[in-house]
Design a protein around this ligand. Structure first.
Ligand code: NAD
Length: 357
């Protein structure tokens, strides 16, 4: 596979924030001689407008060939009345399933400079740096059979199936152990092994994997306790690995500890480490076109891309340090603005990161 990166700006603020991330990527490409090449394609509403489909064949083809993908966001009111199968979000889901992106990585990082943005006390969250590794393509969200059936009693019953194969657990486990190796070397596997057999197996496989990663300290926690611990003492966690549904809930909870949606990146990886990187937020149609969106989540997503798909840790760290520096300088887009900060536009924030690099 070549070292090609596909940029998918998408809709709303997507093109504005991806443009800033692209400049940052170009800069580190040059500075660290990464040898990356960039291509751009349409997805979501922009693709619907141009080609009547949220995921054109050309986009999927380019995505398959790219080593990594950086996505802005998709969706907006313009396309909300379309039938489900033609909605912008289908472009995203199509990419996730076609590329088998089973591992969702969601860091919750609270830059000390933004500690007052959290709803928790600054001393509880300041310096928070958690990575949640969520299984994305299995578990109860996909298990069969599922549906709503009519019982003989005449009552309707809704049902879903919670299932994981050993290989599905093993592959997400490996991603999490490897991520822990690159960070603080602590992994907490979250399950409900006191009630659910699926997660008894989950715990067993995680224990089996432990032998392959002797430098990582593995612990286990029930999901209900994990939900409590995340708000009580979130800094005890380094990497958390869990199934699709628990991960869905816990990653949103962890994200909100930081209080600023414009700062949060995410990654979805497959077994070849090919990945799609995107900010956690959506297309923010309410502020699109105004030049005030925060580009930092997308810029930090680009750093994640360098670390996890392109093995360019040094370049990733340089971007993260540059982001920290602009925050130290007091530069703030409107969403993270606080007393004493200097309000900047999307472009000014991007330029400041470039200068800091
Ligand atoms: P949203 O995340 O787009 O916006 C929520 C709020 O946060 C808005 O007030 C917005 O202005 C603000 N916000 C978001 N990102 C920001 C940024 N970078 N800088 C400053 N402020 C920011 O969520 P929503 O309003 O529920 O959804 C809008 C559209 O985005 C919908 O069509 C939805 O389907 C889509 N969406 C897409 C994705 C994705 O592409 N991955 C994810 C979530 C929502």
């Amino acid at each position: 596979m070549s070292r090609s990166v596909l940029l998918l700006p998408g809709d709303g603020i997507g093109p504005e924030i991806v443009a800033e991330a692209e400049k940052v990527l170009n800069k580190v490409n040059e500075k660290f001689s990464l040898g990356l090449s960039f291509d751009t394609a349409l997805v979501g509403g922009a693709a619907i407008d141009a080609e009547d489909t949220p995921l054109p064949a050309d986009t999927l083809d380019k995505a398959r060939k790219a080593e990594a993908i950086l996505l802005g966001a998709v969706g907006g009111p313009k396309w909300d009345s379309l039938p489900m199968a033609k909605r912008p979000e289908k472009g995203l889901l199509g990419l996730r399933s076609s590329l088998e992106l089973f591992a969702n990585l969601r860091p919750a990082i609270l830059y000390p400079q933004l500690a007052s943005a959290s709803s928790l006390k600054p001393e509880v969250v300041s310096g928070l740096d958690i990575l949640i590794v969520r299984e994305l393509t299995g578990g109860i969200y996909f298990g069969q059979p599922r549906g709503v059936r009519l019982l003989e009693s005449g009552e309707r019953q809704g049902y879903n199936t919670y299932q994981y194969t050993e290989s599905e657990i093993r592959r997400i486990g490996r991603v999490a152990f490897e991520a822990a190796q690159q960070r603080g070397k602590k992994l907490c596997s979250v399950d409900k092994a006191n009630v659910l057999e699926v997660t008894v197996l989950w715990r067993e496989i995680m224990e089996e994997l432990k032998g392959e990663y002797p430098d990582v300290e593995l612990s286990h926690m029930y999901v209900d306790n994990a939900a409590m611990q995340l708000v009580k003492a979130p800094k005890q966690f380094d990497v958390i690995v869990t199934g699709n549904m628990f991960g869905d809930i816990l990653s949103d909870e962890a994200a909100m500890l930081t209080g600023s949606i414009g700062m949060l990146p995410s990654a979805s990886l497959n077994s070849e480490k090919q990945g799609m990187y995107e900010p956690c937020h959506g297309s923010a149609p309410d502020i699109a076109g105004q030049g005030i969106a925060n580009p930092l989540a997308t810029i930090i997503s680009a750093a994640m891309m360098l670390r996890y798909s392109l093995n360019e840790d040094e370049a990733a760290e340089a971007i993260e340090a540059a982001v920290s520096k602009v925050l130290d300088q007091g530069l703030r887009t409107a969403d993270i603005m606080s007393e004493g900060g200097k309000k900047v536009s999307t472009r000014e924030m991007g330029e400041a990161v470039l200068s800091a690099l």
